[in-house]
Each structure stands twice: as structure tokens, then as C-alpha cells.
Design a protein. Structure first.
Lengths: 619, 265
């Protein structure tokens, strides 16, 4: 059994829910066909399964090694990295003009799920390079692009994003790295960055850093931040690569993603570090935000991918592990022992994992699909509409992906029982590797502030209204299905709860109790995310139920017994029934709590603010 | 060098195989299909020969239209063109019937060398290579784990009990691939390869196109019939030797179980 990603479910989202085959009707994707998408996904799975996955546990055990300024990645990472780059995967969805393969973002996202599930620590190296290369492509001068871009998109050189400093994490405006003008228009860079993923490693000979710094004399705070391209090796006047005074001061020892080098980087220790401005002076934050959506979606994908592989591992274990007797013969010591998948509590955990994973998958790929629709929009209005969907969904993808992904990993350990806690089995690594996703690329608290403080209020609430306008148009069609009526009712109540909570927070933000929306931002994001997932699973149930009824009809199954026979013998029927079950489980178990969660937001509980600091504990 | 690879599409080795109601075939709906892994070794070996000597790699396969996907995948790996024999008359044919059709298609190409897997992971009959070689009058070198050619002679290595043997034959010849994934390490299709594969020539032919009489290779001509299929017995749960024994005791109990029960020692 494959244990990375449920490929059938990926295809369901792509072709039956999002109808990505229709993207090929657009000139930008006219060279593609669904068969080519399938072939790419198949190769991604193969490469992930055969090359990435075997290096995952080794990378965790071996970790990165810091030795006299150089960082060595786990030896087992080199071959899969090379094969990944040779296959053109790093720039899968980038334009052919810059060395990309031109695939739709949503198809690339589907492939990323396999690589991410197989070995996230390894995928971070090309992932970071891709983000940095995109930034250079969009904001670099022609000269800089000419010098550095193609080596980055090919994976020959690495790339990073250097934001965080010891005193500037979530508070990025507080950064102290300096940039001093040089006569030729470049800058001397001086400062220290920490927590830099892929900051130094031996996978590539050169690494191109995108560094946030303040030009001398620029305003304080985020308004005075500029962004610079700072290569580890730069070209000198003769066109030779020379050392650029970027040094690694050490690597972090972390809970997870041991194979990913998290570095302290010192720029200009010897006064010889040169950086090149990207975009205009003092526009560093705007440029960084431009990249943020894709970076945050990528982190959401990490949560999804860990959930996906944790679920499939737990499912396999539950089918294999024999323990205990069936519930109806619990007291009979001679009763036949059964696989633990027979036990109701184990099935409940598996359903939590299944529905959560599938909901996240639909959300991530929907968001990627919206990025494609922005790319191929026929009018400014259409482009803005899809960009609005993306902007609203991104903090939810990032936060829900990482939080729910982590909970799925945790539940996988629970299914394994005590064995899951041991390092003999792989699920504890998934949990450790997954945890970072709620922290980096803006903590989930920051995501909630982005949602409540920016996205909801943006354009007078239009993003919010547009998303629900679109979902309600689909809901009208779903409502024609009487078999789903109970689920629809619960969903509509949950949606109404969310709308009420949104109005409440909107009103509070205009009063002197404006800190209440900030206090409730994270619970609000969670409620929002659950409603989105509930909707997407309901939509899937509608599609799946139609297919299931067709199969029943083809088999002339008219009563429950006959349908039951079809479900046993026909794997497609079982799949579609499973999709309906995911919606049933999530909506019944989670969305029914929406009203309570909305109430928790709206009851104006300020205990967390009012408690004196000493009241937390007299220690 | 003009190279032909015989390529068969088989169910993915990780597919759940179910036996159909007739007890003589498998349920093919919802199966995931792949290139027979041994044929994939042949594609890899062919591409290496091409890299060394130049020339072309042509894929020849038979089966329904879904086989096109597997041919395209091999084209994406780097092969140049494909031929699919898609003829309803072949449904229910035996290995010899299929071999006749394949041999006819190969004959048209008149290659220097034909490569194919020594066996397929579906019915595991290991007869296609020798049969096609016989029908074409080519020498047949079986179970290669290494292969080289100077353009007029092919040499292979194959394992034999306790050692290996080197064999050589004049071209044209047919070689079947043995070994394993680790031996051949077939390349992955790259994304640029997938883009190019779409535009590479892929001819779909019928038996009539190849001048083969359907009566010679269809089900009526079959000399072998499948009479029954049975699934393997269900896997028994593993046994953990414990019984409060110390290390020596456990080792003894394990050795006893391996000798007396499993009879492998």
C-alpha cells in the first residue's frame, strides 16, 4: 500500500471538483493535457517514493553537521536533490522564458504534496530556492536576473529568505541589518540573521540570499526596510565568482526537520559583503508580502502533506495490527482477535484524520487553482476577484494546514498506541517535523491577525462577501440533493455563526474595545477554517454522491442490501462512499460546534486581558 | 543503432488484485497501470545504448488504448517513437498469439537489437522474449544484468548459480532483462521529457496493418488457456517469541521454530 498521498483523492479534487482539465482551454496552458498532468503526478509520486522517502528517516537521524563554517546536509540528500533538479521540478510552474516548465500552479501543488509527504526537510532546499528566484524574477533588474536567475531555477544554486534577526521575528520592523551605499549603486551589507533555512549547505556551490536591511538614514519600522540580493559568491568585475563575506556562525538543534539546515548568517563580518537592491528603496516589506502568499501556501502544504502520510501510515497499521476482540464478544477470552481497525474508537480517529486531510487537500488545491485563475484572467475584474479569494484563503491555508496537520500526526501516534511513541515507527518523526509549520513564515497568531486585521476589513469586507457569494452559488446546486439535506442544514447554521462572529468583531474593532478582535483572532480563524473545510467537503460529497448513485444504478442496486454488495465489490463505489463519509463525519462532529465557537468569540470574554500578570502564577 | 523495446502495460505492483466472477481473469476497473518494471529496465538499457551509439529507440506494445499512457511515459524517459498494436481480435489471445503480432511489428522496423523484460509482473510467464526471438530468427540472450554492444555484436552478463556468465551474439539479436531496480536504476521521466513526449510519433496499428491474420493469433489460435486463478492464502499474523525467556532462550526458541516449524534451517 502506498503511504504518502492518496492519489485517487488528489485526482478527485483536481478533475472532479476543480475541473482543472478546463485550464487547458486557455492559451497559456494549451500545450498541456490532463494526460500530461497525470504523467507528471505519477513521476512525482515515483521520485518521492523511491528517492525522497528513503532519505527521510536517515536525514532525521543524521541531521545537518556544522563544521568550521561549512554545513553538511545528510549525505543521503544529495542524490534525490540532484534527481529533483534534473527532472525540472524546481521550476515546474514557472514560465518557460525563464527556464520553467510552465505547468499550472495547481498541478505543481499536487506534485509538491508527494515530495513534501516523502521528505519535507529535503524539499525545503529547492522550495526556498524557488521562492527566492521568484522574487528575483519579479523585482530584480535585468542585469541581476541575467547573472543569477537561471542557475536558481535549475537548482544549480540555492536561495534563501533572510528576514529574522535576534530582536526582530514577528516584529520584523525592528531589524538592525544595515545597508550602506557604494559609489557604483550597490550596497555594503552588515548584520546578523538567524533561523535562516538553507542558509548554508553543501547541496549547491553558491547560495543567493534575499536579505531585508535598512539603508542608512531610512525611516524606522517597516517603512524603512529594503530588500537586497546578497550572493554567497558574487561576480567580480572580471566576471569571476568571488567570496562575498557571508558566513555561517552555526546551526540550530531542533525538535524536527533535522535534515534542514537552520543557520545563523553573518553578513559583512569583514566589511566585504555586497548586496544589490531589489525594487525601490524602502519597499522591502511590500516586495516580501508579494512573495508571502506562495510561501504561506507552501507551509500549508507541509501541514497537509504530513497529515496525508501520517493518516496513510496509521490506516495501514490499523489494518495490520491485531489486538483485542470485537466489541460484541469483549468478555469472551476465547474470542477471535481482530485488527484494530475493527474497533469503533480507532475508526473514529481514522475518520478524523481522513476528513481533516481531505478537507485540507481541497483547500490547498483550490487556493492554488485560484492562483492559476489570476494568471489567466480575461479581465481586470476577474483577476481581482480571484486574487481576493487567494488573499482571504492564504492565512487560513497556512494556519489550518499546520494546526490540523499537526493534530492528524498526533492522532496517528494514538492509533499506533505506545509503539507510535517509539522511534522505531515513523509517525513520531512526522509530528516533530510538522510542528514548525505553525511557527515559521509568520506564526499562526500572525496569520490570525492578518485575517482579522487586514483581510476581513480590506476593501470594506469585499473579500469575505465574495468568497461566500461564490460558495453560495455552489451551495444552491448542492441543495437539490435531498440525501445531503441534514448536512446542508448544519453547514448553513455554521456559516451563519461565522457571519455573526464576523459582524461582532467588525463592530468591536470600531469601539474602544478594539483589542477584543485581536484577542479572538485565532479562535475566529479556526472557526473560519472549519467552515471553509466543511463547505469543501460538502461540495465533494455532492459530487461523490452523484457518482455513487450512478454506480448503484449501473449495478441495478435498488435496496440497502444490494447497495452494500456493490460497496464491497466495487472500489470506485467504496471510494465515493468514503468521500460522503468524510463530509458526514466532519460536518457532524466539527461543524456542529460552530455555534458554540461563535458564542465563545461573541461573549466578550476578556479574562485573558484583565488578569494581572502576577495572577497567572505566583512563581 | 536502431533499437526496439517491447513494452507491456501491467497493473501497478501495489494494486489490490481481485479475481473476477469468471474465476479466470482479474477485475481491471480501478486498477492503476504501469510499465512492466522489467520492460522499464529494457527502456533504460536502450536509452544507454542510444546515448553511446546514437540512433533511435522505438517502443512496441500491444493492448487496449490505455497502453498509450505507458508508451508516452517511456517516450518521456527519452525513447523516440512508439507503435501500439490495438486490435480487438487479440483479446483473449495467448502468449504465442501476442508474440506473433509483436514480431510482425518488429519485422517492419528491422532493428539492430530488441530489448524487453525477461518476465512481466502480471502472469509471469517469461515467454514473450524467447517467442519473439524465435519468430524473428534472432538469437535470444536471456536475463541480462549488464549489456554492451559495439554495433555489430551484443554482449551480456547474466547470473548463474554461484557466478555469472558472459554471452555474446551477432546482431540483430533479442535480449531480455533480468536483475532488479537497483541493477538498472531506470531514469525518471523529466518534466521537459513529458512536454516533448506529447509530440513524438505514436502509431496505432491493427493486425491487418501488420499483415497478420487474426485467426493466427486471436483466442481461437490460443494453445494455452487460463483455467483458474486463486488468490494467495491470507497472511498469518506474525509471532513474537517472548514467553518470559532470556536472550539465549529466545534465540533457541527462534532457531527451533525456524527449523521445526518453518523448516528453513
Amino acid at each position: 500500500m502506498k503511504r504518502l498521498v492518496d492519489e485517487r483523492d488528489v485526482k478527485f479534487v483536481l478533475y472532479e471538483q476543480l475541473r482543472v482539465d478546463r485550464l487547458c482551454d486557455h492559451p497559456r496552458y494549451a500545450d498541456f493535457s490532463p494526460e500530461m498532468f497525470d504523467m507528471a503526478i505519477e513521476q512525482a509520486e515515483k521520485l518521492a517514493d523511491n528517492e525522497f522517502y528513503p532519505a527521510n528517516k536517515i536525514g532525521d537521524r543524521e541531521g545537518c553537521r556544522f563544521d568550521n563554517g561549512q554545513v553538511h546536509v545528510p549525505a543521503a540528500f544529495h542524490q534525490p536533490y540532484r534527481k529533483y533538479c534534473e527532472g525540472g521540478w524546481l521550476a515546474m510552474c514557472d514560465a518557460p522564458e525563464v527556464g520553467g516548465q510552465g505547468f499550472p500552479v495547481v498541478v505543481a501543488n499536487a506534485c509538491i504534496e508527494f515530495f513534501a509527504a516523502a521528505n519535507w526537510a529535503l524539499l525545503m532546499y529547492p522550495g526556498l530556492t524557488h521562492g527566492a528566484a521568484r522574487l528575483l524574477e519579479r523585482h530584480g533588474s535585468e542585469e541581476l536576473r541575467e547573472l543569477y536567475l537561471s542557475q536558481m531555477y535549475s537548482g544549480q544554486w540555492g536561495g534563501t529568505m533572510c528576514l529574522t534577526e535576534a530582536g526582530a521575528g514577528s516584529d520584523v520592523g525592528n531589524l538592525r541589518t544595515k545597508a550602506a551605499r557604494r559609489p557604483d549603486g550597490s550596497f555594503n551589507i552588515e548584520g546578523q540573521k538567524i533561523f535562516i533555512s538553507s542558509g548554508m549547505h553543501d547541496l549547491t556551490e553558491n547560495i543567493i540570499h534575499m536579505v531585508l536591511a535598512r539603508i542608512e538614514g531610512a525611516p524606522k519600522g517597516t517603512r524603512g526596510i529594503s530588500i537586497f540580493l546578497v550572493p554567497r559568491l558574487r561576480y567580480d568585475e572580471q566576471g569571476q565568482l568571488v567570496d562575498n563575506d557571508v558566513n555561517c556562525g552555526g546551526i540550530e538543534h531542533k525538535m524536527g526537520i533535522h535534515g534542514s539546515a537552520t543557520c545563523v548568517l553573518n553578513f559583512g563580518e569583514n566589511g566585504r559583503c555586497i548586496g544589490y537592491l531589489l525594487g525601490k528603496e524602502n519597499s522591502g516589506m511590500r516586495i516580501m508580502f508579494d512573495m508571502m502568499n506562495e510561501a504561506r501556501l507552501f507551509v500549508g502544504m507541509q501541514g497537509l502533506a504530513h497529515a496525508s502520510t501520517a493518516y496513510l501510515h496509521a490506516l495501514q497499521y490499523a489494518k495490520d495490527r491485531v489486538q483485542g476482540s470485537p466489541i460484541e464478544s469483549l468478555k469472551d477470552p476465547n474470542a477471535k482477535r481482530v485488527a484494530i481497525i475493527e474497533h469503533p474508537d480507532v475508526r473514529r480517529m481514522l475518520m478524523f484524520m481522513k476528513s481533516g486531510t481531505e478537507g485540507l487537500r481541497a483547500m490547498m488545491h483550490l487556493t492554488a487553482y485560484c492562483l492559476d485563475r489570476v494568471r489567466i484572467a480575461q479581465s481586470d475584474e476577474e483577476r481581482e476577484l480571484f486574487q481576493d479569494y487567494v488573499d482571504l484563503l492564504i492565512p487560513i491555508c497556512k494556519s489550518m494546514g499546520s494546526d490540523l496537520g499537526f493534530r492528524v500526526c498526533e492522532t496517528a501516534i494514538q492509533v499506533y498506541g505506545g509503539y507510535g511513541f517509539t522511534s522505531e515507527y515513523p509517525v513520531e518523526q512526522f509530528l516533530r517535523d510538522c510542528k514548525i509549520a505553525s511557527l515559521y513564515e509568520g506564526t499562526n497568531g500572525i496569520q490570525a491577525l492578518d485575517l482579522v486585521g487586514r483581510k476581513i476589513a480590506m476593501k470594506r469586507g469585499r473579500l469575505f462577501k465574495n468568497v461566500f457569494k461564490a460558495s453560495n452559488e455552489i451551495l444552491v446546486k448542492i441543495k437539490a440533493n435531498y440525501r445531503l439535506r441534514d448536512l446542508i442544514r448544519i453547514y448553513e447554521e455554521a456559516q451563519e455563526s461565522l457571519i455573526q462572529a464576523t459582524k461582532f468583531l467588525g463592530l468591536k474593532s470600531m469601539t474602544d474595545e478594539f483589542h477584543v478582535p485581536i484577542l479572538c483572532a485565532k479562535p475566529y480563524l479556526d472557526l473560519f477554517g472549519e467552515v471553509v473545510i466543511g463547505f469543501l467537503l460538502l461540495w465533494q460529497a455532492h459530487i461523490a454522491d452523484r457518482r455513487l448513485q450512478e454506480i448503484y444504478k449501473d449495478h441495478n442496486a435498488k435496496d440497502a442490501e444490494a447497495c452494500g454488495q456493490v460497496l464491497k465489490s466495487n472500489r470506485s463505489a467504496a471510494f465515493y462512499r468514503g468521500k460522503v463519509a468524510s463530509a458526514e463525519f466532519f460536518i457532524n462532529q466539527t461543524l456542529t460546534q460552530a455555534a458554540g465557537k461563535a458564542r465563545a468569540i461573541m461573549n466578550n470574554d476578556k479574562s485573558a486581558l484583565e488578569i494581572p500578570d502576577d495572577g497567572f502564577a505566583l512563581v | 543503432m536502431n533499437i526496439v523495446v517491447l513494452l507491456k502495460q501491467t497493473p501497478d505492483t501495489e494494486s489490490v488484485i481481485r479475481i473476477a466472477g469468471d474465476g479466470q481473469s482479474i477485475v481491471t476497473a480501478d486498477l492503476k497501470w504501469i510499465i512492466n518494471p522489467y520492460d522499464e529496465f529494457a527502456v533504460e538499457a536502450a536509452l544507454r545504448l542510444k546515448e553511446k551509439h546514437g540512433g533511435t529507440v522505438t517502443l512496441v506494445s500491444w493492448g487496449p488504448r490505455r497502453v498509450v499512457e505507458s508508451i508516452r511515459t517511456a517516450l518521456a524517459m527519452g525513447a523516440d517513437s512508439g507503435v501500439l498494436i490495438d486490435d480487438p481480435a487479440l483479446t483473449g489471445s495467448d502468449g504465442l498469439g501476442a508474440a506473433k503480432a509483436l514480431a510482425a511489428a518488429v519485422q517492419e522496423i528491422a532493428p539492430d537489437i530488441v530489448l524487453c523484460g525477461s518476465r512481466a509482473v502480471d502472469y509471469d510467464l517469461a515467454e514473450r522474449g524467447p517467442m519473439v526471438a524465435e519468430l524473428l530468427g534472432y538469437p535470444h540472450l536471456g536475463l541480462a544484468v549488464a549489456l554492451d554492444s559495439d554495433g555489430s555484436v551484443v554482449t551480456i552478463e547474466r547470473p548463474i548459480e554461484g557466478g555469472k556468465v558472459s554471452l555474446a551474439a551477432d546482431l540483430p539479436a533479442l535480449v531480455t532483462m533480468g536483475g532488479s531496480h537497483a541493477v538498472w536504476n531506470p531514469r525518471y521521466a523529466s518534466l521537459p521529457g513529458i512536454m516533448k513526449a506529447k509530440k513524438k510519433p505514436l502509431a496505432v496499428k491493427t493486425l491487418a496493418d501488420l499483415g497478420v491474420d487474426a485467426g493466427d493469433c486471436g483466442p481461437d489460435a490460443a494453445k494455452i488457456r487460463i483455467t483458474a486463478l486463486e488468490p494467495p492464502p491470507e497472511r498469518a499474523p506474525g509471532r513474537i517469541i517472548d514467553g518470559g525467556l532470556d536472550l539465549d532462550g529466545k534465540a533457541k526458541a527462534l532457531a527451533r521454530a525456524l527449523r521445526e516449524e518453518a523448516k528453513v534451517l
